[in-house]
Design a protein around this ligand. Structure first.
Ligand code: VAH
Length: 310
């Protein structure tokens, strides 16, 4: 069966539902440091789990006969800048726990999320390649770059079947935004509907790679379901869907809510966003396991407003 660690997070919540739809509720065990929404809690097994606690994790793996783990627990970029050592401890020790379970052959397969945050200020910003200069300048980015190196090492050294995706900023409506620099692109829809106005913490021309959650979930399942020999990248795959600026997303909202007002008050998160690329080249994901994005900004705005509208 499958265990999701961090099942109550932005990706975890939707990944749990998608995996339960695909493999059946009882075969997908959700776990997190705290309880989640009733939909997630009522639809299948749930365990309170601290992802850094190896013994508790090992117990759950044995009890539920877990064969695959999706490790979605992490501290995101903005929060990690406030608590560097807590972020490093959570992001790295949770990964070592899962990699070592696989090394001991206690589980067969792992999914671990990386991020465009692995790229840094001197990475070429347009059409950023799979393999390029990577000097991340955020705690979160450093932990994701380091995690990628360990995934690649455990695959080559111990044959651990760990697979990973460098997610762009993710946009979804089923959970509230939590600590991400790209989360302005989630908050904006809530505020557009509740206040017809949003004060953005990034400058209007800050172009970032973004993706609607349905595409991110589709890619995750596609990568995990493809044959192991198709997975040529064992650090983490670049993945791309769209890239836009705060002013562009504001305009797409104004197509639905004409009197929506956008204002700008950049804060500490501007420096984080400025260190990341504007667009990503994902030719390897297309080549190796048939990746193709479906949602552009127009479709994303329609979906977000449609699902969030009272
Ligand atoms: C963050 N949403 O903002 C995450 C993501 C690329 C950004 O890693 O930290």
């Amino acid at each position: 069966s499958i265990l999701i660690i961090g099942a109550c997070g932005q990706i975890g919540t939707e990944l749990t539902m998608a995996l339960r739809d695909t493999y059946g509720n009882e075969s997908v065990i959700a776990s997190d440091i705290r309880e989640g929404n009733e939909n997630l809690m009522d639809s299948g097994p749930f365990e309170i789990l601290d992802a850094t606690d190896y013994d508790s994790l090992e117990e759950i793996v044995a009890y539920y006969e877990i064969t695959e783990i999706y490790l979605m627990a992490a501290m995101l970029s903005a929060t990690a800048e406030k608590f560097p050592m807590r972020a490093w401890n959570l992001n790295m020790n949770s990964l070592f726990n899962v990699l070592n379970l696989a090394k001991e052959r206690k589980i067969d397969k792992i999914f671990w999320p990386s991020s465009i945050a692995v790229f840094g200020p001197n990475t070429p910003k347009e059409n950023t390649l799979q393999s390029t200069i990577m000097e991340p300048s955020t705690v979160y980015g450093i932990s994701k770059q380091s995690g990628e190196r360990w995934c690649d090492y455990y695959f080559h050294k111990f044959g651990v079947d760990v697979r990973s995706i460098r997610y762009p900023g993710l946009i979804s409506w089923k959970t509230m935004p939590g600590g991400g620099t790209t989360d302005y692109a989630v908050e904006i829809y809530h505020k557009a509907l509740s206040k017809k106005a949003y004060t953005c913490f990034l400058k209007e021309d800050t172009e970032l790679p973004m993706m609607f959650m349905d595409d991110a979930i589709k890619a995750t399942l596609q990568l995990m379901e493809t044959d192991s020999e198709n997975v040529k990248v064992r650090s983490s795959y670049n993945l791309s869907a769209m890239n836009f600026t705060p002013s562009q997303i504001a305009k797409s909202i104004q197509n639905h809510i004409p009197d929506f007002k956008m204002s700008y008050e950049p804060d500490f998160r501007q420096a984080i966003a400025d260190s990341w690329p504007s667009s990503i080249n994902d030719q390897e994901a297309r080549r190796d396991w048939g990746w193709k994005a479906e949602y552009d900004l127009k479709k994303t705005t329609k979906e977000m407003l449609g699902n969030l509208a009272p």
